[in-house]
Write a protein that binds this ligand. Structure first.
Ligand SMILES: Cc1ncc(COP(=O)(O)O)c(C=O)c1O
Length: 439
């Protein structure tokens, strides 16, 4: 089919085509799932999917994903196709592959493909969303003092560019005494009649603290009951350290927007991410970067408005991307689904509990992450008496253990046991920490 012909066909069939493509995508995903399950019978099998150095204990794998075999193979397949015939391969695969990725993401998230925008990272999603959320005069964005650089900077840039009011609150006094009630209560007290947007981070990469997002959403829903739609509080969550860890469905979580990179815990291709939005919340988002959705582009070529396309389409930024990475993202969702979301969460929790309980028993260690799994996920932060976090991480490296220092004003040692780790590796790490003494 020629360029124009194909585009015309897409416009005429609209979302129906997407539905047909999505339906066609499923048998292939199932076949891949079958292949993957035969590869994944044990945690050792899972570890073997990653070309990570066997000489190292990787406890910072969440920072940037190593690609597991199915993701790597898909990237190589698309790369070869694009290198051989870039325009031919693109026309043949673009619509189908994007639909397949959206379908896999939607199945994993428990949402709808038309509610998902694809991005290149958490930061891109946060920047585009917070930069474009519509506010009326007198409405403010409420955020916290616990968020990552990307949330804080996206909101600051928004405020500088448009004069939007941004206010920060503390959600708790100390990670030693924090409770779910304290967090929900602080949020409730922080909200005023001016608050239109609430912007938080599900799992803080500064301390490992996990917010009770569902309870926070319920508190917001209660306040919203007495508000008109145009004043309803829109609850936005940076979920990058929960996606691929927590067993949740967006349809039940209660937030309005979930923003995440898929190149950390999800093991998706580096340079991928998404924004999920509730259908009632999406209309508040205004796009900044022109989408390259063929539907929008075709309408433009016909001098027609694309305003009736789903907002998530407009919020998926164009031009051309590193398509071999973007189109391989579906494999990462399938990989996780093959293991099972609850098994993934249970394994990450077990390894993190082992690490936290070991650390809590050491007199020369101050653990900053709550031990309770209700308030923590897959990140563990701590200090060793008399030693700078950087020194600890460097010593670890020399002993073959890969950790990181929290990239915040207050710095801690950060270890993040994940699916590729074993209880034995955690034991070895704890033994090293027991032997650490300030020199
Ligand atoms: C809480 C949080 N949000 C956002 C980011 C940025 O993620 P990305 O690299 O996907 O933009 C990070 C870490 O890199 C993070 O810890």
């Amino acid at each position: 089919m020629s360029d124009i012909g194909r585009r015309g066909f897409l416009v005429r069939t609209g979302l129906t085509l997407s539905a047909a493509v999505l339906a066609g995508a499923q048998p292939r995903a199932s076949a891949e799932q079958a292949t993957s399950s035969s590869r994944l019978k044990s945690w050792e099998d899972l570890r073997a999917q990653f070309p990570l150095s066997p000489q190292l204990i990787h406890l910072a794998a969440f920072f940037l994903a190593s690609h597991p075999t199915p993701v790597r193979e898909a990237i190589e397949r698309h790369r070869a196709g694009l290198d051989t015939d870039p325009i031919g391969y693109w026309f043949e695969h673009e619509e189908k592959q994007e639909a397949q990725v959206l379908q896999a993401a939607a199945e994993y998230l428990g949402g709808n493909p038309t509610d998902i925008a694809l991005t290149d990272s958490t930061t891109m999603g946060l920047g585009l969303l917070y930069g474009g959320l519509q506010l009326r005069s007198g409405q403010e964005i409420l955020t916290t003092t616990h968020d990552h650089y990307s949330t804080e900077t996206a909101l600051r840039l928004r405020a500088e560019r448009t004069g939007a009011m941004v206010r920060q609150i503390h959600l708790y006094r100390s990670t030693k005494t924090v409770s779910r009630d304290e967090i929900v209560d602080s949020l409730r007290k922080g909200i005023t009649t001016m608050t239109r947007i609430v912007a938080v981070t599900w799992v803080h990469s500064s301390t490992g603290l996990k917010l009770p997002i569902h309870e926070m959403a319920l508190a917001i829903q209660t306040i919203n009951r007495s508000r008109e739609e145009r004043d309803r509080i829109i609850f936005c969550v940076d979920g990058v350290h929960a996606l691929g860890v927590e067993d949740f469905r967006v349809s039940e979580l209660g937030c309005d927007f979930l923003i995440a990179g898929t190149h950390k815990w999800m093991f998706g291709p580096r340079g991928t991410g998404l924004v999920w939005g509730h259908p009632k919340a999406w209309p508040i988002a205004r796009a900044t970067i022109p989408t390259f959705s063929s539907q929008a582009y075709d309408l433009w070529m016909e001098n027609k408005s694309s305003k009736d396309l789903p907002p998530s389409v407009h919020m998926t930024p164009g031009g051309f991307h590193s398509f071999e990475h973007r189109w391989a993202l579906g494999e990462a969702f399938t990989f996780h689904q093959t293991i099972g979301k609850s098994k993934v969460m249970q394994r990450i929790y077990e390894l993190n509990q082992q690490l936290k309980q070991g650390l809590a028993a050491m007199p020369h260690v101050t653990l900053h992450t709550p031990v309770s799994q209700d308030l923590s996920a897959g990140i563990v932060c701590f200090e060793v008496a008399g030693m700078a976090p950087r020194t600890v991480v460097e010593k670890f490296r020399r002993r073959g253990i890969v950790g990181s220092v929290t990239p915040y004003a207050t710095k801690y040692v950060r270890l993040a046991p994940c699916l590729i780790n074993s209880p034995k590796e955690i034991e070895t790490t704890l033994a090293e920490i027991r032997n650490l003494r300030a020199s």
